[in-house]
Design a protein around this ligand. Structure first.
Ligand code: ADP
Ligand code: ZN
Length: 731
């Protein structure tokens, strides 16, 4: 670590804490001194809080009152580039810097006093008597394999008191150990032979290796259909990064972080990478966070928030499935991990690889404009071919009431069953039926707290609000007119589709993949592995299935309602539908046998449907780009969303109107304000929601103007204001 300033004992240092204070505070460097970037504990009033030494102190006040840093924590100092990254990310997203720092200090036990810690894992014995709470502890231990937990974490995950765990320790069913000092991860060997690459793969890998060796910032779009070997290729860039002695990070959507993927990395490099996602235990998180800072981990594979690990020397960030909407964090700090990856890399002379079969329009346009390099893998590896795609014109299908699979699609499924191949039926709607209507009075059952209809989940025997999660039992009588026995489901969800499938194909083994049907991410991943191994004949799924899983036996994808995403006024509706349909169709024919994708649609002439079928992607992107450009919309213009919410509807509208009137700071940069308007979902959890939209030209200083604008007015009590830069969704 070179170039870190050192502060002698008693020097004034400026410490940024994770407390919502608005600015860094001055302290005196402690006995022994400290480095810039040091993680420290400082007194704040009567408390002690976590902070980072951000730089030299400012002075200019009564120096006698400045208190000393309490202690320096046992962690590598935060690199200067990381501090710069947090500052810039905070400015970009208009997030207070302390909130940004909180994202970067999610290290369990970071502030623990030095001294031994205890960890808990599966012991050698079985419990003598299996009670229900004990069984839950044993289940957690089994579910996580050989992982180690803290006491509180294990008890928490099992939902039992710590006494239950202690009881199991006495019997040897749980082992209690002194935690070793966090150990570095095994070294990955970049020189183990990888797979022999095909010609276009090899050329792409060579370009990426050279870019990594260059040691400068650069972003490359790696575009290729699913199965073309993007992963194979970017692992070569990772290998090169490891050879240069720098660290690499591969970001994946949480759901794609499967053991299958990790095993693949292990096969390539001879050891497991560091793992960072919601299913990792606190003990392992703590270790990974520290090793990222010390350089004791070469490759981290993680979900969105891994971007905020304090890497010592990050040389490469891969964002796989870069178009995936889960990279945008939609609550708390509103950031897009893809964009922040580019920012972080630009500050540490690192390379970024954005991999996707269907990049988002922003990325496509950046490549067109020459800001990003672009590499294309044009064919699927080996014998696997892209599936044929056809529309089924639903206007010509004879549909019975309460049926959603037309005769043409049904016949195609039947053929697969006869041949022992898998079919996937895609419907992006969770639950049994999206609407429940009273046949006596016409009332549709809605949520009491939100502006949304309750969705029947027959599996749970409840109505669920997909906005706020409120649930209630299915009533026997209409809540409006009181008549019994006339409530009826309208429209299909995946559960209802499963009913139809069971009726039509009673001999088939059916699996339903919907996020709400699985208690844990792990349970879902296990199910996916089981299906991939041939554990089902017909898979019914929501958009969950669109994401990067390999189902080698799958040869048919049936899209139940290809028009679903085309409705609505969302800026990205066409793009999303296009991506989703292509991704879903990409699930077919990944093995030896070719696949077919059939799209049921009532509007086969729609431009998006035609683009999907024609396979002429560039034509779709060009048309979509031209439309956005004409409208001055992203990526050719800039947007920011302002979401106001309050329990009181009048308050929220009044404040919205006051903001809209006070638009002078925005007019100075030529930006326009639209609204206030009720948000498409006008009420969530009893809070009324109002949106304003700010539209500006590309290249203006939007964030400072926004900050000056909202700073003019003091929000009334109970009103929340959130600013969403580059909004992805408009609900
Ligand atoms: P993508 O990331 O583009 O979806 P993958 O890298 O996952 O594609 O490749 C798809 C499948 O083809 C994987 O099972 C992979 O192991 C295999 N594959 C790709 N390229 C090669 C190659 N050069 N040699 C052997 N197998 C390959
Ligand atoms: Zn609700």
């Amino acid at each position: 670590m070179t170039g870190l300033s050192f502060y002698d004992p008693g020097d004034l240092v400026s410490v940024l804490t994770t407390e919502p204070l608005g600015r860094a505070l001055d302290y005196r460097a402690p006995e022994g001194g400290c480095f810039a970037g040091a993680f420290v504990e400082v007194p704040l009033g009567p408390r002690r809080v976590l902070g980072v030494v951000w730089g030299a102190g400012e002075g200019g006040y009564d120096l006698a009152k400045v208190r000393p840093v309490t202690r320096v924590l046992d962690a590598a100092p935060m690199a200067e580039a990381m501090r710069a990254f947090l500052t810039r990310a905070a400015d970009y997203t208009l997030t207070p810097l302390p909130a940004m720092l909180r994202l970067a200090t999610r290290a369990p036990g970071l502030a623990d006093p030095p001294g031994p810690r205890r960890i808990y894992r599966r012991g050698w014995a079985e419990p003598d008597r299996m009670t229900e709470p004990r069984a839950r502890v044993m289940d957690v231990l089994d579910e996580y394999g050989g992982a180690a937990f803290t006491l509180a974490e294990l008890a928490g995950l099992a939902g039992v008191s710590t006494g239950v765990v202690k009881g199991l320790v006495k019997q040897g069913a749980v082992a209690e150990e002194e935690a070793p000092r966090d150990l570095p991860y095994p070294r990955l060997d970049p020189d183990r032979p990888g797979k022999a690459l095909a010609e276009d793969q090899d050329a792409a890998a060579a370009t990426l290796r050279a870019a990594v060796r260059g040691g400068r910032y650069g972003t490359t779009l790696l575009k290729g259909v699913t199965g073309s070997g993007k992963t194979e290729v970017y692992l070569e860039a990772v290998a090169e990064c490891l050879r240069t002695g720098r660290q690499a990070l591969v970001l994946l959507p949480e759901i794609a972080l499967t053991s299958e993927f990790l095993t693949r990395v292990e096969e390539r490099f001879g050891a497991m990478p560091g793992e960072w996602h919601s299913g990792v235990t606190q003990t392992e998180r703590r270790r990974l966070w520290r090793m990222a800072g010390e350089g004791g981990v070469g490759l981290v594979v993680g979900a969105r928030s891994a971007l905020f690990l304090p890497f010592r020397d990050l040389g490469l960030i891969v964002v796989d499935e870069e178009h995936d909407t889960s990279y945008k964090q939609e609550d708390g700090v509103l950031y897009n991990a893809r964009d922040m990856a580019v920012l972080r890399a630009s500050l540490t002379d690192a390379q970024v690889i954005l991999a996707s079969a269907t990049p988002c329009l922003e990325t496509w346009a950046n490549a067109e404009a020459g800001k990003y390099a672009r590499l294309d893998l044009t064919s699927r590896f080996g014998t696997a071919e892209l599936p044929e795609m056809h529309a089924i014109d639903m206007r010509a299908e004879r549909m019975e009431a309460g049926r959603w699979i037309g005769p043409t699609l049904a016949q195609a499924v039947r053929d697969r069953l006869d041949r022992g191949e898998q079919s996937l039926l895609f419907l992006n709607r969770r639950g049994y039926a999206p609407v429940t209507i009273c046949r006596a009075c016409g009332h549709q059952i809605g949520c009491d707290h939100c502006d949304a209809r309750m969705v029947e989940h027959r599996f749970l025997k409840r109505l669920v609000c997909h906005q706020c999660g409120e649930t209630r039992p299915m009533p026997a009588a209409c809540p409006s007119c009181g008549v019994e026995g006339r409530l009826a489901p309208v429209g299909p969800g995946v559960e209802r589709l499963a009913e139809e499938v069971a009726l039509r194909f009673p001999e088939a083994r059916v699996a339903v993949l919907s996020s709400d049907l699985f208690g844990t991410a792990r349970a879902l991943k296990d199910k996916i592995a089981e299906i991939a191994a041939g554990g089902a004949d017909i898979v019914i799924g929501t958009q969950l299935v669109a994401k990067g899983h390999n189902f080698p036996l799958l040869t048919l994808v049936g899209v139940i309602d290809a028009d679903l995403g085309l409705q609505g006024s969302d800026l990205r509706a066409a793009e999303r539908t296009f991506q989703l349909m292509r991704q879903v169709s990409g699930r077919a024919g990944r093995g030896e046998r070719p696949g077919v994708a059939l799209l049921q649609t009532y509007q086969p002439e729609h431009a998006v449907i035609r683009a999907i079928l024609s396979g002429d992607e560039e034509a779709f992107w060009r048309a979509e780009a031209a439309e956005r450009q004409a409208a001055g919309m992203p990526p050719y213009g800039r947007l920011a969303g302002i979401i106001l919410s309050s329990p009181d509807v009048q308050t929220v509208f009044d404040f919205g109107q006051a903001l809209a009137r006070a638009d002078a700071p925005l007019r100075r940069i030529g930006a326009q304000v639209f609204g206030p308007a009720p948000a498409p979902v006008a009420r969530v959890r009893g809070r009324h929601r109002v949106r304003l939209l700010v539209k500006a030209a590309k290249g203006v200083a939007l964030q400072p103007a926004l900050a000056a604008w909202v700073a003019q007015l003091r929000p009334p009590a109970n009103l929340r204001l959130a600013i969403d830069i580059d909004p992805q969704s408009f609900y």
